[in-house]
Every structure is written in C-alpha cells, then in structure tokens.
Write a protein that binds this ligand. Structure first.
Ligand code: URA
Length: 298
C-alpha cells in the first residue's frame, strides 16, 4: 500500500476514519478489556504479546499491538505494572449431548408404556425435557384416548400450562370451531403437542426439547392409532413430518408419517393462533379442513 500511495494520503485516510468515530483498529484476537483495570487504551497498556520498551515504541510499533489507537498515547504509569489479560476459553454448551441422552432415555421409557394412562404417568415422571423445570403442569392430551383424527400442535401456551391440557386458550377455541365446521367435536379427536410442557415466554421449542419428547409422541401415536394426523402450524409440521420447508409450502399435502410400527397419512395446516392474527389466511385453512373431511368420509 505504501508503495502505491503517498504517506500523506494514508494519514488523511486515518484522519477521516477518526473524524467518523473509528478510533481503534481491531485485530482478529479477542481482547479482554476488563483485565485492563483502570488503564486507558493505547500505549500505556502492556499488551500480552509484546511488552513495550518505551512509550515511543508502543505508539509507533502498531503491528505489535492488538489494538492500534489513533489517539495520542497517554503517559504510562510505570509504578503500577499491569497484568496481561487472561483469555479463558469459553465453556462449550453441553445441550446436544444431553438431548441425545434424554432421547435415548425417553425411548426406553416410552416403549414400556402399554396404555395411554401408563404413557402419561411415564411422562409425568420424566425429567429429560428441560421445559419441565419452568412449566406449571404437564399437558398430555385433550379429547378421546383413541380417535380417527389426531391433531398435533407446537407447544402448550399460558392457559394450557395452567390447565394442564392442550389447546384450551383462544387458539384452542378457534380450533374447536374449525373442527365443528367439519362435524367433529373434542370427543371424536385426540389433541396434543410436539412438546408436553410450556416453553418459557411461549417461544418455539428447541430441536433438543422436541427430540426429548419425540419418543413419547411416537408412542402416543401408536397407542391412539389415528387414521389421520394433522400438524398445526409450521413448527409442528416440521417436527411431525421431519421436513424443513415452511408451512405455506407444506400445507394441504398429505405425507406418510412413521411412528414406531405404524405409518399414518398426515396433513399440515395453518396454526389457529396464526389464523387469529391473519384472518385472510382462514380461506386456506378451510380448504385443508375440507381435505380432512373428505379423507374421513372417503
Ligand atoms: N398452541 C399450540 O401449539 N398448542 C397449544 O396447546 C396451545 C397453543
């Protein structure tokens, strides 16, 4: 660069940077600013890789310093030696490992449940899903223990968490209306979620949380023996159908879902909570409801 540009051009550029508020050039290595104590940035600070010989060296030898200040260097207080910062490695998150352990555990436990009640009891005793720690109640299912149609949502919300049943809040009320429109009631369907405990703040469950609950959901499908499954919303559709496309691409198409020993045709549709926010989308959901009715009557 110095070969092709005049030094005054470079200094002018640096000056421009400084006037724009960029007063330090950062290096690739992270800097522990807290370890600097009360020392001001610049030449007064002894950087770990190159202790300064003189104030002049520190200010001019910019390649040696992780941060190259464009400000005039403050006077160095040599009576107070500054300890070089220790950059501790960050602890790695353990979640994926823990989740796969939880899934193995869940699979072993869920397999032994021969009835829905036994599965519910096993879930109540299961500590492998971290959502349990922050939830109020387990939300297992609502509706019939055995049904031709099984509906699977994303996760319990606030009302569900308080009542211990899926889809009892505003979204659940709309779901009941949608079912009524195709001549179904709670007594004729089985309603559950991908995870059985409310995620804090109603956030989407993480893949690890869904994975820990997955063996229970598969066993639940085996025990309910539905003829058809409906996944409600994008998150449930991705988890139940094992795909990554968005709900607008997925909805309205039947695909087979494998749950343990059985395979069940499944359809994804829009989540009732989305329909409450976006009434114009009800038209699409209505087409899906008609497709479900046709399969049940067909
Ligand atoms: N939304 C869901 O996905 N499930 C419920 O149970 C309630 C709201």
């Amino acid at each position: 660069m110095t070969g092709t540009r005049d030094i005054s051009e470079i200094l002018g550029l640096l000056d421009w940077y400084r006037s724009m508020g960029a007063d330090a050039a950062l290096e690739a290595e992270p800097i522990n600013w807290l370890a600097r104590g009360n020392q001001a940035p610049g030449a007064g600070y002894a950087w770990p890789n190159k202790p300064h010989d003189t104030e002049h060296d520190a200010d001019t030898d910019r390649t040696a310093s992780p941060v190259q200040t464009l400000q005039p260097a403050p006077q160095r207080d040599t009576s107070r030696p500054v300890a070089p910062p220790k950059l501790e490695p960050r602890p790695r998150p353990q979640t994926p490992l823990a989740a796969s352990d939880a899934e193995t555990d869940a699979r072993r436990i869920a397999r032994t449940a021969d009835t829905l009640d036994a599965l519910g009891a096993a879930l109540a005793a299961f500590d492998g899903c971290t959502l349990k720690a922050t939830a109020t109640k387990l939300c297992f299912y609502r509706g019939a223990p055995s049904a031709r149609l099984m509906l699977i949502g994303e996760a319990p919300g606030r009302e569900e968490d308080l009542e211990g049943k899926p889809f009892v809040g505003r979204a659940g009320q709309l779901l009941d209306k949608m079912l009524k429109a195709i001549d179904l009631t709670e007594a004729g369907v089985h309603i559950t979620n991908v995870v059985y405990w409310r995620p804090p703040g109603n956030r989407t469950p993480t893949p690890q949380e869904a994975l820990a609950c997955r063996p229970f959901l598969e066993r639940q499908i085996e025990l309910v023996k539905p003829e058809f499954i409906v996944a409600l919303g994008g998150a449930a559709a991705k988890e139940v159908l094992g795909v990554s496309e968005g709900i607008m691409r997925l909805r309205g198409k039947w695909r087979d879902v494998q749950a343990g020993a059985i395979s069940v045709p499944a359809l994804a549709t829009l989540h009732p909570a989305y329909l409450l926010r976006t009434p114009a989308a009800k038209q699409m959901a209505w087409l899906d409801m008609l497709a479900i009715k046709a399969r049940l009557n067909g």
